[in-house]
Design a protein around this ligand. Structure first.
Ligand code: CMC
Length: 380
């Protein structure tokens, strides 16, 4: 019998979950987790959420500067003209078994888009930028189509006018959305557009760095975002809020019960922020305004109690997913689609990162500290 030796000492010095590891240089996003600062290419997130649109931010992330009037019109025209998705992809969505996870359906649809794009494997920077635009224009159409199909309704064709937020809300219902709803969704998209080297962006960059195509990188990014610890948290937050609202359980007792059972409260905690997530701060204010406007202050009160108890008990703050969930709910969006909405915003950050990666590429290939046996021999 072989007697296993242990792995050489000193190989286990690594940051678990790569926490705090600087993996690459990037000029896209700055994050200060202690001070609660988030900056896209030099601009504070609070400023962008109040004074720019999602399309402006897309331009900023891709080109490094906010658009002038001509650039803004040019980008909006390009995005509106690229919204049509191949009928075969809609047919695939129609054919999925009912109850399918919407983010999973979106991941499959985005992967499938590649087969209908003659430029899918063209790695020129011009073709990659055109794919960036097509993905940004078509992802909202895919999400809205699947939301309609889930309700047994046919998709509503996209309009060739209106910004991303307006067109998306229109495609969900077939009716013109109100200006407040458009404004709230537009700001939410700005807040979700980019967030440094988070798990899904890292995934997209790792795939891009192998010189695989943009569709593969974005498909991988969606797969990573879908997880409960990342973008998948917002759906779970809403299910929790709905359950608490329905059951009437005391939110304080609920939190204490969950924590005693060592369960996580979705929408709280963050790998980087050790203070309030600045996106959550902006969204909290938006929730207050929407709650007042729609006479739905019970969601505001419930969120307020939950944040107080979790902060008291665990010393952790609410994150972006905690407040985006009730906001999307008040916009009439089904909780199961919240993570897809995250994709709708984050596609701009992912693509900016993959384009940046290709501008100065090197294969991303870390190593693992081996902890298994050594010196074994096959006995024949
Ligand atoms: N509920 C209860 N306890 C928590 C939570 C939470 N939501 N988050 C962290 N903790 C505790 C955790 O149990 C641990 O406590 P202890 O030291 O007593 O064992 C401590 O805080 C540190 O946790 P960690 O898992 O080491 O921290 P991390 O940096 O690896 O995790 C996180 C970050 C976001 C995965 C985690 O906070 C979490 O699971 N949150 C809930 C899911 C969530 O809301 N995700 C959305 C994140 S923001 C949007 C995005 O970027 O996707």
């Amino acid at each position: 019998m072989n007697s296993p030796k242990i792995a050489p000492a000193g190989q286990d010095r690594h940051a678990k979950g790569l926490a705090g590891v600087i993996a690459l240089n990037s000029s896209i996003c700055f994050l200060d987790g202690r001070k609660g600062i988030l900056v896209y290419r030099g601009y504070r997130i609070e400023d962008l959420a109040t004074n720019s649109t999602f399309e402006d931010v897309a331009h900023l992330l891709w080109h490094g500067h906010l658009p002038n009037e001509a650039e803004r019109t040019g980008l909006c025209d390009q995005l509106t003209s690229l919204r049509d998705v191949p009928e075969a992809v809609l047919d695939m969505l129609r054919g999925l078994p009912s109850g399918n996870n919407p983010t999973g359906a979106l991941r499959t649809a985005v992967s499938m888009l590649a087969h209908y794009d003659p430029e899918a494997d063209d790695m020129s920077s011009e073709a990659n930028y055109r794919k960036t635009l097509r993905l940004t224009a078509q992802i909202p159409v895919l999400i809205a189509a699947f939301a309609r199909l889930n309700q047994g309704k046919e998709p509503v064709a996209p309009r060739t006018t209106g910004n991303t937020a307006r067109n998306f809300l229109y495609m969900l219902t077939g009716e013109e959305p109100g200006p407040c709803a458009v404004e709230a969704l537009d700001a939410a998209l700005v807040l979700h557009a980019e967030h440094g080297l988070n798990a899904s962006t890292f995934t997209a960059r790792v795939i891009g760095a192998t010189l695989s195509d943009l569709y593969s990188a974005i498909t991988g990014g969606i797969g990573a975002l879908k997880g409960a610890l990342h973008g998948g948290a917002n759906t779970r937050v809403m299910l929790m809020l709905l359950e608490l609202h329905k059951s009437g359980e005391d939110p304080e007792a609920f939190v204490r019960r969950k924590l005693a059972a060592k369960e996580r409260i979705m929408g709280f905690g963050h790998r980087v922020y050790k203070t309030l997530d600045p996106r959550a701060n902006v969204l909290r204010q938006m929730l207050l305004e929407l709650g007042r406007e729609q006479d739905a202050m019970h969601w505001v009160d419930l969120c307020c109690t939950l944040t107080q108890v979790v902060e008291e008990e665990k010393g952790i703050n609410a994150n972006v997913d905690f407040y985006s969930a009730p906001i999307y709910h008040l916009l009439g969006i089904d909780a199961n689609f919240f993570t897809s909405l995250f994709v709708m915003g984050r596609i701009t950050g992912w693509t900016a990162h993959v384009l940046e990666q290709w501008g100065d590429n090197r294969l991303i290939r870390p190593r693992a500290a081996y902890t298994g046996p050594m010196g074994l021999k096959v006995n024949r």
